[in-house]
Write a protein that binds this ligand. Structure first.
Ligand SMILES: [Zn+2]
Length: 319
């Protein structure tokens, strides 16, 4: 098992520690919040369960759920959806391919819902879920070693795919599933509710120290967040962390810009990987001084720096 294979697990200890000092970040975990009539948000318990956030929209004839979660995350949320409505759950939208957003697909399917995603999610699964596609053990098998819920289920890739957008509209509610390009992964999808100006972002935008950068590209990520910002959302429902206003999207983008600017300065100055590794804390403290983006610093900060450094053509850091 390596750190890249289970994006959320390396954050576990840090997040538990962080929550002791910043209880407001965790205040709404596992609680259903109505964002607008027929629109719900549920902040998952990432600290203890590794769960992602979920959302759901109650249409006249069915329920569309945002994010597949882990199997145990789906099992946590399904009774809560059924308490809120008796409409059948018909679609579960994976915002991307990671386990905490897509491994619950089989559970959704058993509850009547078809997994939906951007076509890039299936491509990413073909790349990383080699066990499912007839090759050597991949991420699912790695994760199953440490998660009973995954071991007891099976990978179900999304079967309803879109390239640019997919629209659900019954006249009362409209949800547009959109893809703006590479960000957290190569298949990130957003769910946009133009009437209420609510944006569900998956992990392309999180609210707290939850960024995993290993499967994405930080330069493209900044552009994708700018495209999302142009929708002018009023409410951001992130992939992890509490719901917020449009500032969450701005802060997430500014964190990556600050990170990239810092690393680029070192690259332009001709620093060696060892020099950069030694200087990481300076950049961390500089970013920490900016109140608006300090909350994005977490246990993965060194990995964030190294990812940007290698994207800019630098060699991996010495061990
Ligand atoms: Zn993710």
């Amino acid at each position: 098992m390596n750190a890249l294979s289970i994006p959320c697990i390396p954050l576990f200890i840090f997040i538990v520690a962080t929550s002791l000092f910043a209880p407001h970040l965790r205040a709404e975990v596992n609680k259903v919040e109505q964002v607008a009539p027929g629109v719900y948000f549920h902040e998952g318990d990432i600290g203890r369960k590794g769960h992602c956030n979920n959302g759901w929209i109650v249409f006249d004839d069915y329920v569309l759920v945002i994010d597949g979660n882990f199997p145990s995350g789906a099992q946590e949320v399904i009774p809560k959806i059924k308490t809120a409505t008796d409409k059948p759950i018909r679609f579960a939208f994976d915002t991307h391919h990671h386990g905490d957003h897509a491994y619950g697909n089989q559970v959704w399917l058993e509850n009547g819902a078809t997994p939906v995603a951007h076509a890039g999610v299936l491509e990413e699964m073909k790349k990383y879920e080699t066990g499912h596609f007839g090759g050597k053990a991949g991420r699912w098998e790695d994760t199953a070693k440490n998660r009973k819920d995954v071991a007891a289920s099976k990978l179900k890739p999304p079967t309803l795919l879109f390239n640019k957008d997919l629209i659900f509209d019954d006249g009362r509610h409209r949800v547009e599933l959109l893809h703006f390009g590479v960000a957290h992964t190569h298949g990130d999808g957003f769910a946009w509710l133009p009437k209420e100006r609510i944006l569900f972002t998956g992990d392309a935008c999180v609210n707290g120290p939850y960024n995993f950068m290993g499967d994405g590209d930080s330069g493209e990520w900044v552009k994708t967040l700018e495209a999302a910002r142009k929708l002018q959302p009023k409410v951001i429902c992130p992939g992890h962390g509490p719901m917020g206003g449009p500032e969450v999207l701005v802060d997430q983008r500014n964190y990556f810009i600050a990170l990239r600017d810092g690393v680029k300065t070192w690259k332009d100055a001709g620093k060696s990987p060892a020099d950069v590794k030694a200087a990481i804390n300076d950049l961390k403290e500089k970013i920490r001084k900016d109140d608006k983006i300090a909350r994005y610093i977490g246990g993965s900060f060194n990995a964030h720096v190294e990812k940007v450094w290698t994207e800019l053509g630098g060699e991996a850091f010495p061990k």
